[in-house]
Design a protein. Structure first.
Length: 169
């Protein structure tokens, strides 16, 4: 399903919406189209024509509570590790705890990595030192505003780039 970027009244990115929900917000005058789809496609009804939006902006400001820490989800972890196993570099399918939970390891960003099934099974509940393995990267909490936004992929729709990228400091 086609996704549309939703901006707050202050042009801050909030989330992505399905096209149908975005059009409803525009038709109810709760949002305005900031950027149309590059294909130039339109939706027709008996009484009107609406251009398909790529980016919409709410007319009224919506206060969103600020999250200081990015929540640990499977999708976010896989995205952080680029969907690659940190042990062998193949396509990752599972999550592995570097320090196993059965040995007191926590379920936190600093202890979780993406892993392929083979490496995850081979490691089991052992420590890396017991296997003689090393991590090529140090797992950590992702940084940047786009990680706090729900549903926004940093390399999503190229039309979103001016609205999602962080300004240079």
């Amino acid at each position: 399903m086609r996704q549309v970027l939703l901006l707050n009244a202050t042009y801050e990115p909030l989330t992505t919406l399905p096209l149908r929900r975005a059009v409803v917000l525009v038709l109810r005058d709760k949002a305005e189209i900031v950027h149309q789809d590059v294909s130039g496609a339109v939706l027709h009804s008996a009484a009107m024509t609406v251009e398909i939006p790529s980016v919409i902006r709410l007319r009224r400001y919506v206060r969103i509570p600020f999250r200081t820490r990015v929540p640990l989800t499977r999708t976010a972890l896989m995205r952080r590790d680029n969907f690659r196993c940190v042990y062998c570099g193949r396509r990752a399918e599972t999550i592995d705890h570097v320090h196993p939970r059965s040995r007191g390891g926590k379920h936190v960003w600093e202890n979780c990595v993406a892993s392929c099934r083979t490496c995850n099974h081979r490691k089991a509940d052992r420590l890396l030192e017991e296997l003689g393995w090393t991590l090529p990267i140090t797992p950590g909490v992702p940084r940047g505003a786009h990680w706090r936004l729900i549903g926004i992929v940093p390399d999503g729709d190229p039309q979103w780039a001016p609205y999602v990228t962080e300004p240079a400091a």
